[in-house]
Design a binder for this molecule. Structure first.
Ligand code: AMP
Ligand code: MG
Length: 489
């Protein structure tokens, strides 16, 4: 048996789901980082990823035993326009593994060379976006948000031509699966109901096994994805995370966050915040994310129509009813999350003015999203280490603070439950965009990866602070602020 125990269920699906394809070797593979804990949980032989063979396997110079590399096909709406032919253009699914709990995961290489779906692209990834994805996806995991993860990163020793010449890299990414809304769109557009049905059954088995056997599998899948995405996007909103490129090919059926291209966490609260350099109209601005998720789920429903019911009118009615549940599901998840952030058992209708006013005051004062909430945690719980050492609430929030304290006093959460919930809901550390950029600049410009490693280590425990945290938890000074991020394609 090889160092990775592959069991490749996707490769056993019919041939129209993918193209088998090997990675394109690179001239000089070099290890950047291995995620040891993740490797161990996936049963990968200890230390192997750091051997020459392991590094060569991530770089694409070697195919590990049992891998069956393939490029998956999909379609998708990109910034609202339908693109009938996308697919893994610079990624390959190496295969799948089962973790210690028996849960199935994809291991994918990103930046591994061209495939039939590259559309003229080089199939490569510059170092910067690989480091950004590594940092932000692992931070999201530590924050408790469902996400794809980073298993390892290697440098290729080859230049990548973009606006400038950049060093190349490959990321090994782990996901519950890489099946997207766009995967369904691809077969729906070709009126291939058999493939659609096959994909529905496959996704139910793999991601929502408790739904297997439901009378209407396509409806069960649609409802499950709607629930998962309502929960996921509420988590983004509650953390000030801006995905930046919520195209339907970047929304996973399993409900994990994927595609850390132009993403960023906001510093000062601004509901209209946009980071992505290509999002000129602000389609994927912070405040639009729940609405866009809703829209994307309607696209999934539309793709599933032929399976929902043989009568088209009834199919549309079923789809509409399912999609219509999204705003309520989102709202419920979001309100519970807000209650946790504010230390309340729940946010009732009578609390809405209090909550709305907080966000209005934060926006007016450009108050830091993360630290404002973390400071509320300090105020309610008086922990040993407080962000108050470095950050204070704006004065304009003081009357609000008094009202909130009164509301807290009337709430029935025990002190211990409140402390636990508020702590988990109000991280001190997020991957600040200027720190991410700083780590990328040091690596790209000077070959110095220590800021990258240092940042990753801090982000692994986002709820804890000590004296060493200040450099990571503070918002950028004006001259450090990063206004735009690039998807690095
Ligand atoms: P993304 O914006 O990363 O979601 O990419 C959108 C689509 O373009 C996906 O199908 C990618 O595989 C493909 N793509 C992005 N960058 C490249 C590249 N450098 N070469 C080939 N395909 C790419
Ligand atoms: Mg993508």
């Amino acid at each position: 048996m090889g160092p990775i125990s592959f069991d490749n269920s996707y490769a056993r699906l019919p041939a129209q789901f993918y193209t088998r394809q090997s990675a394109t070797p690179v001239s000089e593979p070099g290890l950047i980082r291995v995620n040891h804990a993740l490797a161990a949980s996936l049963g990968i032989a200890e230390g192997w990823l750091e051997t020459a063979e392991g590094i060569a396997s991530i770089a694409g110079n070697h195919t590990p035993e049992g891998a069956e590399p393939l490029a998956a096909v999909y379609a998708g709406h990109q910034f609202g326009s339908y693109n009938p032919q996308l697919g893994d253009g610079r990624a390959l699914l190496l295969g799948e593994v089962l973790d210690r709990q028996g849960k199935r995961f994809d291991i994918q290489l990103k930046g591994s060379g061209p495939t039939p779906y590259s559309r003229g692209g080089d199939g490569r990834s510059p170092l910067g976006p690989v480091l950004r994805e590594y940092l932000v996806s692992e931070a999201m995991h530590a924050l408790g948000v469902p996400t794809t993860r980073a298993l390892a990163a290697v440098s290729t020793g080859e230049p990548v031509m973009r606006d400038s010449v950049l060093p190349g890299a490959v990321l090994a990414r782990v996901a519950a699966s890489h099946i997207r809304i766009g995967s369904f769109q691809f077969f729906a557009a070709r009126k291939d109901s058999e493939a659609l049905q096959c994909l529905v059954d496959y996704c139910l088995q793999r991601h929502y096994p408790e739904q297997v056997g439901r009378e209407n599998p396509a409806l069960a899948l649609l409802q499950s994805v709607i629930r998962a995405q309502a929960s996921l996007v509420s988590r983004w909103q509650l953390l000030g995370f801006i995905h930046g490129v919520m195209n339907t090919d970047n929304m996973l059926i399993c409900g994990e966050t994927i595609d850390y291209g132009p993403c960023a966490f906001m510093d000062a609260f601004d509901p209209g915040k946009v980071f992505s350099s290509i999002d000129r109209g602000g389609r994927y601005a912070y405040r639009n994310q729940p609405g866009i998720a809703h829209w994307n789920l309607a696209v999934l429903a539309q793709a599933l129509l032929p399976l929902l019911h043989s009568d088209q009118e009834q199919a549309v009615a079923l789809a509409q009813d399912a999609v219509d549940t999204f705003p309520t599901l989102f709202e419920a998840a979001h309100l519970q999350g807000l209650a946790d952030k504010l230390g309340l058992a729940e946010v009732g209708a009578e609390d809405k003015p209090l909550v709305d006013e907080l966000f209005e005051l934060m926006a007016a004062a450009n108050s830091d999203f993360t630290l404002t909430f973390r400071r509320l945690y300090d105020h309610a719980n008086e922990p040993e280490h407080q962000v108050g050492e470095w950050f204070e609430l704006p004065d304009s929030l003081l009357p609000w603070l008094a009202r909130w304290r009164k509301r807290l006093a009337a709430d029935f959460l025990t002190a211990q439950t409140r402390e636990q919930r508020m702590r988990q809901a109000n991280p001190a550390l997020i991957p600040r965009n200027h720190k991410v950029e700083e780590a990328i600049r040091a690596a790209e410009d000077e070959g110095d990866f220590s800021p990258f490693h240092g940042l990753l280590e801090q982000l692994a425990s986002p709820f804890d602070i000590d004296a060493s945290s200040s450099a990571y938890l503070l918002p950028p000074r004006p001259e450090e602020e990063v206004r735009r991020t690039f998807c690095g394609t």
